[in-house]
Design a protein. Structure first.
Length: 292
């Protein structure tokens, strides 16, 4: 089904981490298997790691350590879809060229679908983009996809009104061949978690001067948050103008949203939540510019 949708705007992979990945992989021993942790940094093993299993809860854990899947043996990634019109997790890691089988368990009562592919195509419900539809209550939909190219990639639900409610997610490419520095056409994804401790995780990130970052914002708690990013002094003063300081507000529990920001100024930059009492409790973060 086609719907009009505006694009809504990788856990963070710093430039140092990316350099480590490339350096490590260039010295890999023949026949070894790479296992990627949640930060995207690889460790080498002599045999494929056992497939991760979901915790015995209604929500699978965010991407655990994994060995990349192949067309002959895809890696299984489990997600849930619910009546809050969210996917969990809303950010999934994959390596360039990896084949993944997504299993989407509907834990609610509303019917969902799952479309995955190049981000613009998945978000625009483009005809021919791989999808599994009609995932009813307590049913599990399954679809296998190979991440050819450098992205960006994403997934979405286009049941009536669901995408418009931000029922979408993002794929962070990690490891060899993944873009190291984000551009406006292909931002580097940084995962940002918010919870009831009134802290951001991480609370410090590194960004190359001129780089475009896509902050993927997940509210894993129960209270509502917001996210502002821009020059540190303006963010501290809650001076949102939609140009220099960007904001995504009303981030409900369990939801995933995104904000793209290009760091083309001198800095310093920062981010914060200005929901009542949150900033005062320390809900803020610093951005370190590199390459000055």
């Amino acid at each position: 089904m086609a719907h009009s949708a505006s694009p809504i705007s990788r856990v963070a992979v710093t430039l140092a981490s990316a350099a480590l990945i490339l350096g490590a992989c260039s010295g890999a021993t023949p026949g070894a298997a790479w296992t990627y942790g949640p930060s995207g940094s690889p460790s080498v093993t002599t045999a494929p790691a056992a497939a991760a299993t979901a915790a015995p809860t209604s929500r699978p854990a965010p991407t655990p350590a994994f060995t990349p899947g192949t067309t002959a043996a895809p890696r299984v990634v489990e997600l849930t879809a619910d009546d809050k019109l969210t996917f969990w997790p809303g950010l999934v890691e994959a390596t360039v060229g990896e084949t993944v089988t997504f299993k989407i368990h509907n834990v609610g009562q509303a019917e969902h679908e799952f479309m995955v592919g190049p981000l613009d195509d998945a978000f625009a419900d483009k005809e021919g983009t791989p999808e599994v539809a009609d995932i009813g209550p307590d049913q599990t939909g399954e679809i296998t996809f190979t991440f050819d190219g450098t992205g960006p990639f994403g997934f979405a639900c286009h049941a009536p009104g669901h995408f418009e409610h931000a029922m979408a997610g993002y794929v962070q490419l990690v490891g060899p061949g993944a873009p190291m520095v984000g551009s406006k056409e292909n931002p580097r994804v940084v995962s940002m978690n918010m919870d009831d401790s009134l802290k951001f995780l991480p609370d410090t990130i590194q960004v190359a001067k001129g780089e475009t970052i896509r902050f993927v914002l997940t509210n894993s708690g129960t209270v509502v948050h917001e996210f502002q990013v821009g020059p540190a002094d303006k963010v501290a003063a809650d001076e949102v103008d939609g140009v220099v300081v960007l904001e995504k507000d009303e981030l409900q529990a369990g939801s995933t949203h995104a904000v793209d920001y290009t760091f083309d100024g001198a800095g310093p930059y920062g981010y914060a939540c200005h929901e009542p009492g949150h900033y005062e409790a320390g809900m803020k973060g610093a951005i370190e510019l590199t390459g000055n």
